[in-house]
Write a protein that binds this ligand. Structure first.
Ligand code: PLP
Length: 348
């Protein structure tokens, strides 16, 4: 059975969180002289002189409408990258605990583990880019606190088999993080609906990809109330700034636009796959549930350098284990994709 007290760091159990001026008074008042802000305003058209809502309540209310998850089960971070870091800082003792990662996958899990001095146990995905469930079970010991699973996975693009993730969730007594940064492009169901089933599940999503707000830095984690409470206690008090909260809220009113872009992205993905398939240097194109494709080529470095010279940047993943020869290509606008394809046709 999962018990959060078994994995929480002792110093975090004892932690008395910072109490901000906004935490200590939240009622109706007209004169705020409690936070040493500039009462006159901001030297801008828009006013940002007041500290933002530490718990981003308006934004969470809107996310609740869209995702069906109550605000008490939502954490909002300065990008999902902040949520990743906070999970390490809350649950993993530096120099003692470990995390299981399943490469090839998103690079920030490893970087964040290294920053926090947490041992990394790698259990590679299979040749089909699926979980090695037995290998994960063998890698886990009493100091394993977190397992990160990215689905759809970056950089491979495929979704991870649902049954396998559920097996890991059911057998692991630490936290399983399912990173769904690309879920809007997938035909698979989100793991959000499993939150009531698994108290050790954290689902991460972000406004950086399909929602088109990478520059605002807004990431979400969905989990049990217990886990969210810990994350809120550990996060910096004002981790999501006022302009990001306001702009994210405005953007979330525009679901229809985003859904239209998703459809267009999927159509463009099909188009790129079809066109690339016939190119001589393309060995394989992996099935994608995301807004990018992983393409195995005969000469990744050569193609990469050639594209750079033409002002086109893709991601060279050819040095990543299990991705030898691979380029990761983000789906662009129709015009950008045309430029890419026309340029690739001129590659010898
Ligand atoms: C892009 C990406 C994110 C997004 O991180 P943000 O900090 O929210 O921008 C998270 N996870 C994966 C796997 C990604 O590819």
């Amino acid at each position: 059975m999962f018990d959060i007290n078994n994995i929480l760091r002792e110093n975090i159990k004892r932690l008395v969180p910072y109490s901000s001026a906004r935490d200590e008074y939240q009622g109706e008042a007209s004169v705020f002289l409690d936070a040493n802000e500039n009462a006159f305003g901001s030297p801008l058209d828009q006013q940002f002189n007041r500290y933002p809502d530490p718990l981003q309540y308006d934004l969470k209310k809107r996310i609740t409408e869209i995702k069906g998850v109550p605000p008490r089960n939502i954490f909002i971070g300065n990008g999902s990258d902040e949520a990743i870091d906070i999970l390490f800082r809350s649950f993993c003792n530096p120099g003692v605990d470990n995390v299981v990662l399943v490469p090839p996958t998103y690079g920030m899990y490893e970087v964040s583990a290294n920053i926090n001095d947490i041992e990394i146990r790698k259990v590679n995905l299979t040749e089909e880019y699926q979980l090695n469930v037995e290998g994960i079970a063998e890698a886990v010991d009493k100091n394993t606190k977190l397992i990160f699973i990215c689905s759809p996975n970056n950089p491979t693009g495929n979704s991870i088999n649902r049954d396998d993730i559920q097996t890991v969730l059911a057998n692991f007594r630490g936290i399983v993080v399912v990173d769904e940064a690309y879920i809007n492009f997938s035909r698979q169901k989100s793991f959000i609906q499993e939150l009531t089933e698994y108290s050790n599940l954290v689902v991460m999503q972000t406004l950086s990809k399909a929602w088109g707000l990478a520059g605002l830095r807004v990431g979400m984690a969905f989990a049990s109330e217990e886990i969210i409470e810990v994350m809120n206690k550990v996060k910096p008090p004002y981790n999501v700034n006022e302009s990001s909260q306001q702009l994210a809220l405005a953007a979330l009113a525009n679901v229809d636009q985003v859904n239209e872009w998703i459809k267009e992205t999927l159509a463009q993905r099909d188009r790129l796959v079809l066109a690339l398939k016939d190119m001589e240097f393309v060995v394989d194109i992996y099935p994608s549930d995301a807004n990018f494709i992983l393409v195995k080529t005969t000469n990744a470095n050569g193609i990469y350098d050639f594209l750079v010279k033409q002002g086109i940047i893709v991601r060279n993943r050819s040095k990543v284990e299990l991705c030898e020869g691979c380029l990761r290509i983000t789906i662009g606008t129709p015009d950008e994709n045309t430029i890419l394809l026309e340029t690739l046709k001129t590659f010898e």
